[in-house]
Ligand binder design. Structure first.
Ligand code: HPA
Length: 273
């Protein structure tokens, strides 16, 4: 499938008919940010299934809705539910949401996710602002036909996690009671968690956390020059760090215990941007 500019424009044009403002900030709500959707004032909710040329969430904990509205006086759009390679999507398809957000006029993208802590100084419940990533698996979402309207074929990604946004997020951490680090996120395709050997390798390579999302969206944003903040919540120590198997229940439980504090933190960041 070749994705043309018109392909993405069709989704954006549909959405523009439903809203009467330009969202300034887009927030992709990861597993730890459920309560954030309750903070959106005057919400306009649109099911992914109703948007032409969009994708459909297949993960049960991901709602599959775009929510437009206001948070702390800022016009926002939230993606409640995101798309992962492990669901069976081609990497090339994973550009769709961020490109549609770009066409809606979004200026800043915030990505959030749950991640496993590789850095043994980190603890479950800690937060990490992504300063860089490692992706050695899978193809690039920018593979294939380059849509010049979004960006050039070859592009620099050495500062793709916008330093100024990280500075704002670090300042906002004060007084939240959260421990906030800056570190390197390593992408694994999943859906299986990693092996202990993969985690040891990730640590040697310089990773502080591992996860199955975010990087495809981040690369799409970097391609079209969109300022980007990516924030990971450590829901567990990565495989092999502790002498017990890793379960998705553990991930969900930590996500639940932190989601309210994390939502308040995100609200503070949105206000400060
Ligand atoms: N590995 C990959 N993805 C994750 C993890 C992990 O340990 N925890 C939450 N998402």
């Amino acid at each position: 499938m070749t994705y043309t500019y018109e392909y993405f424009k069709k989704s954006a044009d549909y959405l523009k008919e439903k809203i009467d403002f330009v969202p300034e900030i887009a927030i992709v709500l990861g597993s730890c940010l459920g309560p954030f959707s309750n903070e959106i004032e005057n919400p306009v909710v649109i099911d992914y299934a109703d948007i032409p040329n969009f994708l459909v969430s297949t993960v049960s904990s991901h709602a599959g809705k775009l929510i437009f509205g206001t948070v702390c006086g800022k016009k926002v759009v939230c993606m409640s539910g995101r798309f992962h390679s492990y669901e069976g999507y081609d990497f090339e398809q994973l550009v769709i949401p961020v490109r549609v957000l770009k066409l809606l006029g979004v200026k800043t993208l915030i990505l959030t996710n749950a991640a496993g802590a590789v850095n043994t100084d980190y603890r479950p419940g800690d937060v990490m602002l992504v300063s860089d990533h490692i992706k050695l698996t899978g193809a690039s979402p920018l593979r294939g036909h380059n849509v010049e309207e979004f960006g050039p074929r070859f592009f620099d990604i050495s500062r793709m996690y916008t330093p100024q946004l990280r500075e704002i997020a670090l300042k906002c951490a004060e007084g939240t009671g959260l421990t906030v680090h800056e570190g390197v996120y390593m992408f694994f395709t999943g859906p299986q968690f990693e092996t202990p050997a993969e985690i040891r390798a990730a640590r040697i390579l310089g990773a502080d956390a591992v996860g199955m999302s975010t990087v495809t969206e981040a690369l799409t944003a970097a391609h079209c020059g969109m300022p980007l903040l990516a924030v990971s919540v450590m829901t567990n120590m990565a495989a092999g760090v502790l002498d017990r198997p890793l379960t998705s229940e553990e991930v969900d439980e930590t996500a639940k215990t932190i989601e309210h504090r994390f939502s308040s933190y995100m609200k503070k960041i949105v206000a400060a941007i």
